[in-house]
Design a protein around this ligand. Sequence first.
Ligand code: UDX
Length: 445
Amino acid sequence: MALHIAVIGTGYLGATHAACMAELGFEVLGLDVDQEKVDSLSRGELPFHEPGLPELLLKHIDSGRLRFTTSYEEVGVWADVHFIGVGTPQLPGEYAADVAFVDAATVSLAENITKDALIVGKSTVPVGTTRRLLGLIAKNKREDVRIDLAWNPEFLREGFAVKDTITPDRLVVGVDSVRAEETLREVYASALALDTPFISTDFETAELVKVAANAFLATKISFINAFSEVTEAVGGDIRTLADAIGHDSRIGRKFLNAGLGFGGGCLPKDIRALQARVSELGLDRTMRFLTEVDEINLRRRERVIYLAAEILGDLAGKKIAVLGVTFKPDSDDVRDSPALDIAARLYGSGADVTVYDPEGNANAAKRFPRLHYVDDTSTAVAEADLVMLLTEWPEFKALEPASLTSLVNKRRIIDARNVLDATSWEHAGWHFTALGQYFEPTAAS
Ligand code: UDX
């Protein structure tokens, strides 16, 4: 009989995983402690923007393969495999990750599982967590059931979550029993049939793979952004530099887009949690370079604010059009978004900020209700003294200067994502500035 799969926590990761498991043919029960979330998912409503996911959710609510509940008792009796996809946010005022939700989910499962089962953690956790959870399970489970534990980190990218879940680049599983590995091979049979690399390893390696991947990606972005600081000082073209080193197959061009840097729910918190964890292990120096990675990243924001102030003089009362507030395109996520941070800081300096984001306005407005949100680019740039492209949505990358020229008050644009063609904007009479580009303060205003 096909495995019954439970997914604990129905946020970004859990909701995606649950719908994709149903798409792969399993019967799935998603659990969340938040009744409202369960009710809206059961109606087929998704609280975030993810291409392709709403369709899958509706399809499998209709097919009957996907249901949602708040009851641990129900999943404990029913499921063979329990994926844990709850959040591990940064602790307030600290670098470390908060694993309280993972612990609570594990204990509740252990207390309620009534037949032999496998618990599979997917959340990003500090190394050592899985081994610690073994103890929690042993302490709380019924004597007559066997519960195996595995760690199976998730590498999905927002905007590509369905594809990354159904056809991942690789599968990594940390296990300590043959049975756990065999069950996971059964769960992921369709990806394995496509020759997806399957890395079976110990708990610690599996936990570390996830943070190592995110630390590497963050470092790569900050690496090119550090060179931006150099080209800003001496001249040179950061995009050509990235292309040229990217041709070296050992380096590769991906994640070398210079600009406003990384944000979102993963990269920033994961590099901080990693530093906190290695410090706990007495390895204070080991991940110190990540402090620099973080700082380079945050300095990009300062640079954009500096450019705006250089171009506009006093920011107070100046009309600024902000294009894009999500942390990246194809997402409505504004968590740790560099773009939203900048919009809010400009507002804080007295600028009159108008924001347009194709999907992110509503989430941004929840955090910063005082910014002025509009529904299209033309309205956003009307009478603007400065246009700032802060998130590289396709419609902003395709912007032509001619379409904006008659709308703005002053033809000035900052391309903080390095996606526009400087020459065409300059030919159209715009004062064009990009991150990574040499900037002559006096030439500005
Ligand atoms: C990331 C990891 O890629 C994913 O494997 C993990 O599971 C979760 O974290 P995500 O947060 O969805 O995924 O975003 P990603 O596409 O990795 O981009 C992260 C940030 O880096 C974005 O803010 C993006 O704008 C920025 N970025 C990315 C750059 O600034 N330059 C680049 O070249 C690439």
